[in-house]
Design a protein around this ligand. Sequence first.
Ligand code: NAD
Length: 439
Amino acid sequence: MPLKPHVEVTPAAGKLGILLPGMGAVATTFIAGVLAIRRGLGTAIGSLTQLGHIRLGKRTDGNSPAIREYVPLASLDDLVFGGWDIFPENAYDAALRAGVLESKHLEPLRLELAAIRPMTAVFDRSFVKRLDGPNLKEGASKMELAVQLMDDIRAFKRANHCERLVAIWCGSTEVYRQASAVHASLAAFEDGLRESSDDIAPSQIYAYACLKMGVPYVNGAPNLSVDTPALLELARAYRLPVAGKDFKTGQTLMKTILAPGFKARMLGLEGWYSTNILGNRDGEVLDDPESFRSKEVTKLGVIDHILQPHLYPELYGNISHVVRINYYPPRGDNKEGWDNIDIRGWLGYPMQIKVNFLCRDSILAAPILLDLALFMDFAQRAGMHGIQEWLSFYWKSPMTPDGLYPEHDLFIQLMKLKNTLRYTRGDELITHLGAEYYD
Ligand SMILES: NC(=O)c1ccc[n+]([C@@H]2O[C@H](COP(=O)([O-])OP(=O)(O)OC[C@H]3O[C@@H](n4cnc5c(N)ncnc54)[C@H](O)[C@@H]3O)[C@@H](O)[C@H]2O)c1
């Protein structure tokens, strides 16, 4: 029996444009991956929208449709890509430079990728100290730059015959800043744009321009970007979905898989030491202590929220949690992460777990971008607006409404995501309650 009439979702007809501020390793691995999958050159491994199923009804019903058949998502054939970067290289050259995908994947896509050229970027070195590039906009004020971005969005939509757009920030991690007076309301923010306030980051100018153009906005990096009262006010006013922050890919993914397990078994935790070596451009930017601070904050929050030391002081009241990232060029995008986890068992006896994850950062991030683009477009067509907490699954530091703590446990996040999809269809939510006890 449906719980409620299902939510009206307009069909996913026509082209969906995906706009990427920042066309580096993650963005080009995503674009090339979608083009390759479209041609049958690979499988969308890691993508819930492409490979996931969703159970409906009782286990005995045997009814688990594919997610992409259950809710109306845009087809991969309808995706079109564009974006901005401070470097003028096209997507083929940028993908080669990033060194993630091999020529067996890139060469067949060369022409398609080379046709994707980044638009001129809005950039400010005081927010990304290790980079500088020539492909930049000029304007008399930050508001003027925002207007130029809006012109880009309009022109891209027209030139590519897009019905709808979604934007995903894939730019470098900006330095750590907290929201200030200029972010307190939309009016203050717009004054700040006109006065070119030093507190407004480039990523916030993109977020503003996208929202003003009716484009849902996703923040893949740890810096604030859309996560400010001013831009949330704009998203609410325009009834647009927003989501962030910081794609949950390697080490933090492992943390949100392992920590819920320790807690489920009431095992104690004394310390978690995480270190990484990373040699791509992201690693170079994160070598700057101020950009690293943004990352450190999103990485450190995870364990406390999962383990709830205020409820379990004897197990989790005194945890030493350390996170390090070291820039080490020979490793490129193939990051290596080490975790040393000090746990305690019965009567307090200590044990250790070591995790050595030889991962590929952008290979882990690309399917997340695909899912977010399709789910955010779905959310907009379903009339869902504001912070999309049901997509917490994808974030190191999920955005939450004021007064709510984020949900970090990967398995609760997945349940929330799937139950949200069931809700939109008016299907019964799955609680895993054993109905047989109540017959
Ligand atoms: N790869 C992962 O697993 C992962 C996980 C979580 C978050 N992230 C975040 O995703 C972002 C992208 O990562 P990446 O590995 O592709 O990095 P990257 O350095 O390869 O790409 C970032 C691109 O953004 C561009 N850029 C910087 N500032 C810009 C601006 N203001 N406007 C337009 N372009 C700008 C840079 O020139 C660069 O090409 C980073 O912020 C990173 O921290 C990545």
